[in-house]
Design a protein around this ligand. Structure first.
Ligand SMILES: Nc1nc2c(c(=O)[nH]1)N[C@H]1C(S)=C(S)[C@@H](COP(=O)(O)O)O[C@H]1N2
Ligand SMILES: [Mo]
Length: 322
């Protein structure tokens, strides 16, 4: 694993132009708002507004370690990674998450820590963020639909979060749940899956050092279309396991049923490990299309993370436990 140095280029070059323009407009707007505030000291404001954004900005400022887990493969452009997305809460087209992502309400953000923990909690994201050093990790992302990307995530190991609340001896699985807000999430007004989106990992998968909670990408806070403000990233599994906009983390004794397994157990398994030898019923998984690249490339066993994770599955028939 060689070190990675984030390219030192102007923000205007790495951020899609309209996002950059929007941000500038937002900054101008909040500067004006600040001026108004100073003349209206009695005005009430929720004290949690934007608190996680400030904490995250501080954390990024304090410095971030970098590790390349993609063997020097080129990064997917930030434009491709933020305009070609699966986030069915916004619709089924790849462009929908970027078009409708602004409707996602991320302020304040609370996460419910439930089930087989010594200490259950309902915790504000800023209080989670305060506890951890942020790491940048470059991972391959392989969608079950056969496209792939290489993305520099910003986050921390899920294991650190789980151990903070103390797992009980009965915690065999971790279930994750995404935001449910049909008023703002137009995709949730249709019954594509049984909303909210739910995913799950076996406890050893959840505790694996590669499994991370991501709160940003490309050196900045997570764009809404990529699962703001916090999402799961499990690089050796098909992308649908990497659940976005997480509001609940539940430790369970019994194996839960993820949304895709409930919808179609023949097509989507609980494990969903990237495996070129196990085809989807409707297509081969042997090759993939790297977004931004011509042609196709071979799909790697466990998405290239076999050295790290293959031992989690020794003795399991991966054709059966797909
Ligand atoms: N809540 C939620 N999480 C989700 C999805 C979704 O529709 N809703 N799509 C999944 C799928 S199929 C993929 S491939 C990845 C895509 O992540 P990206 O858009 O950041 O590349 O998110 C996953 N997480
Ligand atoms: Mo996917």
């Amino acid at each position: 694993m060689k070190g990675y140095r984030y390219p030192k280029i102007a923000e205007s070059e790495v951020t899609p132009k309209h996002v950059f323009e929007n941000r500038r407009r937002f900054l101008q707007h909040s500067a004006a708002f600040g001026a108004v505030m100073s003349f209206a000291p009695g005005m009430l404001m929720p004290n949690t507004a934007s608190a996680w954004r400030r904490t995250l900005a501080d954390k990024i400022q304090q410095g971030v370690s970098n590790q390349d887990f993609a063997e020097g493969e080129s990064l997917t452009s930030v434009n491709d990674a933020t305009t070609y997305n699966n986030f069915y809460e916004f619709g089924v087209r790849k462009s929908d998450p970027e078009v409708y992502g602004h409707k996602l309400q991320t302020d304040p953000w609370r996460v419910s820590i439930e089930g087989e923990f010594e200490n259950t909690a309902s915790v504000y994201l800023e209080d989670i963020l305060r506890r951890y050093m942020l790491e940048e990790r470059i991972y391959r992302l392989r969608c079950v639909e056969t496209w792939s990307m290489v993305i520099p995530w910003l986050g921390f190991p899920l294991a650190d979060l789980l151990t903070h609340y103390g797992l009980t001896s009965r915690a065999n699985y971790i279930e994750f749940e995404s935001i449910f807000d049909p008023d703002n999430l137009r995709g949730q007004r249709r019954s594509m899956i049984d909303w909210p989106y739910r995913e799950a990992l076996r406890i050893d998968e959840a505790m694996h050092p590669l499994t991370m909670i991501a709160v940003g990408m490309y050196g900045e806070k997570m764009p809404n279309q990529n699962g703001a403000p916090m999402r799961l990233v499990v690089p050796w599994k098909y992308g649908f396991k990497s659940i976005k906009s997480v509001v609940a983390i539940r430790a369970l004794e019994e194996k839960p049923t993820p949304s895709w397994v409930a919808k179609n157990p023949e097509e989507y398994g609980f494990y969903a490990n990237v495996n070129p030898e196990v085809d989807h019923p409707r297509w081969s998984q042997a090759r993939e299309r790297r977004i931004g690249e011509g042609g196709r490339r071979e799909t790697l066993m466990f998405n290239g993370y076999a050295d790290e994770v293959a031992q989690l599955y020794t003795g399991m028939d991966l054709q059966k436990h797909y």
